[in-house]
Design a binder for this molecule. Structure first.
Ligand code: PMP
Length: 438
């Protein structure tokens, strides 16, 4: 197939543009758990795109639903007008959310959904007369998208620096602890006390100034950092004790990644809001959402003047009908194929054993996994001074597998439809790449 000759106009996101364009990696076609390159190679997609194509690529049911919707009702303003498919989709979504998270605020991406959640938190505090509670607590190594609120609560230094003073926030310590928890299977045993750092932050700032705490139940882009057993429950207890909202950013952990519809369900901790995106439409059409607890929604509505807009926030494409159609078709697949719990079964155990078999590679200092997410961390010395992840990603790509790289960590989050033979292929490609690089 012809490769597009002039690549200059597209300024690619989170990409070293000049290096990429000197040596491009072009995907021409996708299907199931595979991508196909322009030079005809089959690549196993061990990252489900960007942690999003949970039901696998090119599902005709979703494509057809998108086409049908675009031919029937393509767009209408969501400000003061409605359409059936928006209400139907919201109703279907909340069948999967825990507790009283029964209200859905739609956005178009994870980043927008994060901003929406943070603003809902502040709007809620103000609506009950506590506008002094405006500070936000995030966590080191967290990724909450790239907008100003998200990078403020986010904890990845390169994404924050150079963008000015940001919002008034503070950060919990991350929970990665290789000394005590290396090669844990599932949740790490040690580190529950790291949740107590929240008590210290609250003492420092005063609960009367804090609106909400936001965490990814499992940090994805930070390198697949798992919460120590009991950690999320303890955060919930501390937030309750101090009248602070708890938000879970489940953009990655939602929709079956950990073996339940949400991490909140898997770990039996109900936050006040869940942020969702990615797998909500199987990654095919951009869509984000915030699942909001009834009392928060009700408080904001109850305290608004009769007949007035209650929340000055929303997007041209909130509940875009075509995105809702994609989402409904996606839910049909998740439910029909029991994909939301598949990672918790036999395939998840196979995944765990397969990844942990890599521990015999000399440069590997940790293997982490839960459900169908995982990471391998290499020693700082593995790349002779340079983080080895980038070279490892390139090597795996040459060896027929797409993975993610962050520093000395490589991460995987395959489509939930993955089979054992594909997992063997991933592990084989990692071994082969390690033998080439080390
Ligand atoms: N939150 C988390 C936890 C994410 O992983 C991501 C994306 N990787 C986002 C938010 C941002 O989502 P988007 O790229 O759709 O804006």
């Amino acid at each position: 197939m012809k490769r597009y000759e002039n690549m200059d106009a597209f300024w690619m996101p989170f990409t070293p543009n000049r290096a990429f364009k000197a040596s491009p990696r072009i995907i021409e076609r996708t299907e199931g758990v595979f991508c196909y390159t322009d030079d005809g190679r089959e690549i196993l997609d061990a990252t489900a795109g960007l942690w999003c194509v949970n039901a696998g690529h090119v599902r005709p049911e979703i494509a057809e639903a998108i086409g049908r919707q675009a031919l029937e009702l393509d767009y209408t303003s969501p400000f003061g007008f409605g359409h059936d498919i928006g209400f139907e989709f919201a109703e279907r979504l909340i069948q999967h959310t825990p507790g009283d998270l029964n209200r859905v605020f739609f956005a178009n991406s994870g980043s927008e959904a994060v901003e929406s959640a943070l603003k809902i938190a502040l709007a809620y505090q103000a609506s009950r007369g506590k506008s002094g509670k405006y500070k936000l607590i995030g966590r080191e190594m967290a990724y909450h998208g790239v907008n100003f609120g998200g990078i403020s609560v986010g904890g990845l230094t390169p994404n924050r620096k150079g963008f000015g003073p940001l919002l008034p926030v503070d950060h919990l310590p991350h929970t990665l602890d290789l000394e005590r928890n290396a090669f844990s299977r599932g949740l790490p045993e040690h580190g529950l006390e790291k949740a107590d750092a929240l008590e210290a932050l609250i003492r420092f700032h005063d609960a009367a100034t804090i609106a909400a705490v936001i965490v990814e139940p499992v940090s994805g882009a930070g390198g697949v950092i798992l919460p120590p057993a009991g950690y999320l429950k303890r955060l919930r207890e501390i937030c309750d004790r101090h009248d602070i909202l708890l938000i879970f950013d489940e953009v990655i952990t939602g929709w079956g990644r950990l073996g339940s519809p949400f991490a909140a369900v898997e770990f039996d901790v109900v936050p006040d809001m869940i942020v969702s995106a990615k797998g909500i439409t199987n990654g095919i059409v951009p869509l984000g959402a915030v699942f909001v607890a009834d009392p928060i929604h009700d408080c904001i509505l109850d305290n608004a003047p009769e007949g007035a807009v209650e929340f000055y926030h929303g997007y041209t494409y909130s509940a875009n009908p075509v995105a809702c159609a994609a989402g409904l078709a996606t839910l049909d697949i998740y439910e029909g194929e029991s994909l939301l719990t598949r990672a918790g079964g036999d395939i998840g155990r196979y995944w765990e054993d397969a990844l942990h078999s890599l521990r015999d590679i000399e440069q590997v200092v940790d293997v982490r996994n839960y459900g169908l997410i995982g990471a391998v961390q290499f020693s700082d010395a593995a790349g002779s001074g340079k983080p080895v992840g980038g070279a490892f990603q390139a090597g795996c790509y040459n060896n027929g597998v797409m993975i993610r790289a962050m520093g000395n960590i490589i991460a995987f989050s395959p489509p939930l439809t993955i089979e054992k033979a594909h997992i063997d292929r991933l592990v084989g490609a990692i071994r082969m790449t390690a033998s080439e690089l080390f």
